[in-house]
Write a protein that binds this ligand. Sequence first.
Ligand code: ADP
Length: 380
Amino acid sequence: MNKSQSASILVVDDNEMNVDLLEDILEQANYVVYTALNGKTAIESMQATQPDIVLLDISMPVMNGFEVSEWMNTQDTLKDVPVIFISALDDTNNIVKGFDVGGVDYINKPFKSREVLARVHTHVTIARQRKEIEALRQRERQQFERMDTLRSQFISSATHDLKNPLFVISGYTDMLEMNPDITGNKRVKGFIEAIQRGVEKMTDLVHDMLDLLQLETEVTLDTKREDLNTFLRYVIRDMKLRASEKDITLTLHPADEDIAVLMDTKRMMRVFENLLSNAIKYTQDGGTVDIHVLEAGDTVAIDVVDTGLGIPTDMVENLFQPFQRVNSEEHMAQEGTGLGLSIVKTLVEQHGGTVEVSSVLGEGSRFRVTLPVHEEKDTQ
Ligand code: ADP
């Protein structure tokens, strides 16, 4: 229905005189009117004409007005068409029931033409505005989807195109580094090392961006049942070396019992590797990093707690957004892309879990991953 078109109205009543009267009133006001004398023909007419609004008598033989309205609620194309019930004066119970089954308004018999027109006009206007809003939303959704696809394509092609030249630069700088003319030249060697650091940083960024993109688009998980304690023992084994390089004590506090979690092991490894490597990275030498496993019925919380730099309160809320980094000298002294935590969030949410952080600046941080516990006791 657009503004220049007249709205179409289906009038349903088993009393032919009422139908004729309503038809006259509405046609004089330039509405397109369809009529039906019982529920069955009303349904046929609705399917054929898709009216903008339905005036529906309540008491009709075979299929009453409520039943017609309930049927309309089951039809995708008709469930949003406004229904105005036609009821006998003072029939309060029926009026209430009419609203319960989806009616938007009612008209009392005998009709007053001005009242009929006022009510119809109001609901035609509301329906028209609702359709306009829905069309606007739809256009916005499509525009957003187009922009999102464009964004993904841009990141994907830009990062792919960067990979190759980075590889070439890295190869040649490695060769230069080994060149006997250069090994003796401290100054040039320093330049080469600076190039290598830059290339490493860019390579990390390119990989993280590609990973995030891939994880967002590939949502199918390859899940299996894992015992959480065993899984975490495995993850921290690889991290111990990194921790010991900074003299950091890394300790797992497993749950007393086995806890089964359905997980895509590779992706979940990525979650805890990111959290642990951050904890180690942003904790000063000699500090501690602890992992606590806390079961609470249907869910299990895994806390990664460090005694490191901490995070300012105003940064906590957005920390899981891409490229968010704490802009302090100490934080920035660590290499990072600002993408690790958004990868963590994407992965945890794909597992039906949540991740949150609490932190005290200068004292340390706690990252809590909460995952659903797998109930089924199978033998896998
Ligand atoms: P990055 O690659 O920069 O480490 P992340 O997305 O993993 O990216 O983390 C985003 C930012 O959050 C980091 O740059 C750092 O400022 C802060 N951060 C993350 N983990 C910790 C932590 N355990 N302690 C203090 N700051 C942290």
